[in-house]
Ligand binder design. Structure first.
Ligand code: GTP
Length: 382
């Protein structure tokens, strides 16, 4: 595939070729949207739980710390709860808590009530390459305890390490785990407890896709963002648009047309390309500058008449669009619509400034959402 680049705004030095720099510099502060005054322990949590060696730490490192999947082979076992506050580098304003495999609910020092009360999502990781019967027992114990403390938690089950399974085996494993887990809940009269299942692997984009869905459920502004994206693409002749958290490559929203994995992967790859080029060639002579800032934008024309278009939306967010070459002839219109879209996104989130950050800080507690009129103008619902 021949790719033609027009990459503007380049910067920062770094050596890893297929990943984001670990000490990534976002450049100028944009305090109007992303600053947080919330003390880290009051931030809502995403918990990563599951048996030992199921892959919890690997998921966290690959998604949020740009560790390459092969490096996870050398990760040591987690012995205590590892709290990772990723809000300084990401739009995702949560703490990720990675638990050691064996959490003992009977241990008096383990205050699970406190932990579950401030939790937005509980991700339970099951190793699909291993015998999963013990994991299912642990899943049931964990979610039923958590549900009794906080029924608002989103329960997410990652059927993980599916890279080692054939397609048929994947489907069969998912069906079996789904069936058994829900039977256990029905036996305990917990039918209202909803589990969502995802097939994941750190060796492809499935883990980013799954994490995107988990995070999206915690964004109170999601319907507004979707609405804005729908308006933007329909008025600009764009086929698909994703709003990405640049550092994690989680998409926090997309338009309402279905997501196909290929498009998502293409957009993820584009972010990698842009940041890589930017990091290598974008520094000013004196070494200043940043890899991603207000000026960041890129156009990649593929040889199949498809155009990929990336533009900065906020310090942490980028819009990545897929469109046909002929639609791109009206670039002026697209840019004007983007300008309106960007402004609306800033308005949607600026409501969180006085108190806390937008995502997460409002996910558990009192959501202060804005609705958007069909012309894309945000207005308060209350
Ligand atoms: N094939 C495959 N291996 C994986 C995947 N994710 C993690 N692993 C491997 O699984 C092993 C255990 O991963 P960890 O992330 O340490 O597991 P953990 O659940 O954090 O383990 P504890 O800290 O002991 O609870 C490592 O060797 C990883 O490389 C995956 O998607 N596919």
């Amino acid at each position: 595939m021949s790719i033609q680049y027009e990459v503007e705004q380049l910067a920062d030095s770094y050596g890893v070729s297929d990943s984001f720099p670990k000490d990534f510099d976002y450049g100028e502060e944009e305090p109007d949207i992303e600053d947080s005054s919330a003390p880290s322990d009051s931030k809502p949590r995403i918990l990563l739980m599951g048996l030992r060696r199921s892959g919890k730490s690997s998921i966290q490192k690959v998604v949020f710390h740009k560790m390459s999947p092969n490096e996870t082979l050398f990760l040591e076992s987690t012995n205590k709860i590892y709290k990772d506050d990723i809000s300084s580098s990401s739009f995702v304003n949560f703490q990720i808590w990675d638990f050691p495999g064996q959490v003992d609910f009977l241990d008096p020092t383990f205050d699970y009530e406190m932990i579950f009360r401030g939790t937005g999502a509980l991700i339970f990781v099951i190793d699909a390459q291993d015998d999963y019967m013990e994991a299912l027992g642990r899943l049931h114990l964990t979610v039923s305890r958590a549900y009794r403390v906080n029924p608002e938690i989103n329960f997410e089950v990652f059927i993980h390490k599916v890279d080692g399974l054939s397609d048929d085996h994947k489907i069969e494993t998912q069906r079996d785990i789904h069936q058994r887990a829900n039977d256990d809940l029905a036996d305990a009269s917990l039918e209202k407890l909803h589990l969502s299942f995802y097939l994941t692997s750190i060796y492809d984009h499935s883990i980013f896709e799954a994490f995107s869905k988990v995070v999206q459920k915690l964004i109170p502004q999601l319907p507004t963002l979707e609405n804005l994206l729908n308006i933007f693409i329909s008025n600009s002749g764009i086929e698909k648009a994703f709003l990405f958290d640049v550092v994690s490559k989680i998409y926090i929203a997309t338009d309402s047309s279905p997501v196909d994995m290929q498009s998502y992967e293409l957009c993820c790859d584009m972010i990698d390309v842009v940041i890589d080029v930017s990091c290598i060639y974008g520094l000013r002579e004196d070494g200043s500058g940043s890899a991603y800032d207000k000026e960041s934008m890129a156009i990649i024309k593929l040889n199949n008449t498809t155009v990929l278009y990336l533009k900065e939306v906020t310090k942490f967010l980028a819009l990545v669009c897929i469109l046909r070459e002929e639609s791109f002839e009206r670039k002026g219109l697209i840019d004007y619509n983007f300008h309106c879209f960007r402004k609306a996104i800033h308005e949607v989130f600026e409501v969180g400034v006085s108190a806390q950050r937008p995502l997460g800080s409002q996910a558990v507690g009192s959501p202060r959402n804005k609705a958007v009129a069909l012309n894309g103008t945000p207005r308060n619902t209350v």
